[in-house]
Design a binder for this molecule. Structure first.
Ligand code: G3H
Ligand code: ZN
Length: 282
């Protein structure tokens, strides 16, 4: 069933676990994410990024309608989140297309500009009834522009939350977007200091590159929403590549997409178990 993102994050934070938020590119991604969550018996968030909307010819409505419908039919609570939104035009489409939340990303701007743009976005989101995540201290790797060394300062993070009124904050603690190896090492001391300083739930981006034990420790330290995208694409593409390599005559996409969907679902199930390993054996 559909569930508001704010409720899912608050429940996870209260239980000292984290909600997994997985990026949807195709309908098969959304089906797999929900299948993985159902197999784990745990809630999940479907998130559609601005980049994914760009891939769908700039049209949000079709993929949003599919994701929302898949969420509503699920046996577990499923949130719907619009991710890494930089465009005000796209932001305005979130609520009418069934999203419960957005991540408004002005992190490319200097601090003062990030505060001003985010505060304005929060005001618009409040009117639309949307829960809002934003980001401070760029997380390494996005667009190749940022280094692994990016870090969020706890004092600045607290001031940013107070000045903008955001509901959750994505912070830079050592992860990096689009990693295809799980070799990232997080700054757990910093996560602890951020958790103390920041009065809203913390969000980890670029989690595909973070090993399980690092994720467990990050959740213990206070990360309440864990964003995973590339790991699903690694599973999807690896499965398709093998199927096509092994069966050169294969032409029906359902044959290899079904395998790819199963592989993504297993990735989701395994990740959700890690994020909830403190409280569940599902
Ligand atoms: O917002 C989405 C994520 O940060 C996903 O990052 O693709 O590196 O797992 P990832
Ligand atoms: Zn991200």
């Amino acid at each position: 069933m559909f569930a508001p993102t704010g409720d899912l994050v608050a429940t996870a934070a209260a239980a000292r676990t984290a909600i997994g938020a997985f990026n949807v590119i195709t309908i098969e991604h959304a089906e797999a994410i929900v299948a993985g969550a159902e197999a784990a018996g745990l809630p999940v968030i479907l998130q559609v990024s601005e980049n994914a909307v760009r891939f769908h010819h700039g049209r949000l409505a079709p993929i949003a309608a599919a994701a929302r419908s898949i969420a509503e039919a699920a046996d577990v609570p499923v949130g719907l989140h619009l991710d890494h939104v930089e465009s005000d035009e796209l932001l305005a489409q979130a609520a009418p297309n069934g999203f419960g939340s957005v991540m408004y990303d002005a992190s490319r701007l200097p601090y003062a500009g990030n505060v001003a743009a985010t505060a304005a976005a929060v005001a618009r989101c409040r009117t639309a009834g949307l829960w809002v995540e934003s980001e401070l201290g760029e997380i390494g790797g996005k667009g190749g522009a940022h280094a692994f060394g990016a870090r969020t300062d706890p004092g600045e993070a607290a001031a940013f939350v107070a000045a903008t009124g955001v509901d959750a904050l994505a912070v830079a603690v050592g992860s990096s977007h689009a990693m295809t190896t799980r070799s990232a090492r997080l700054d757990h001391d910093l996560i602890g200091r951020l958790a103390v300083a920041v009065p809203v739930p913390l969000v980890l981006h670029g989690s595909s590159g973070v090993p399980d034990e690092e994720l467990r420790e990050a959740v213990r330290g206070g990360m309440a929403k864990i964003n995973i995208g590339t790991a699903l694409n690694t599973a999807f593409t690896g499965t398709v590549r093998s199927a096509l390599g092994e069966q050169p005559d294969l032409v029906d996409p359902r044959r290899y997409l079904a395998s790819a969907r199963i592989a993504m679902a297993e990735t989701v199930r395994a990740a959700l178990r890690v994020l909830n390993s403190g409280v569940t054996t599902a």
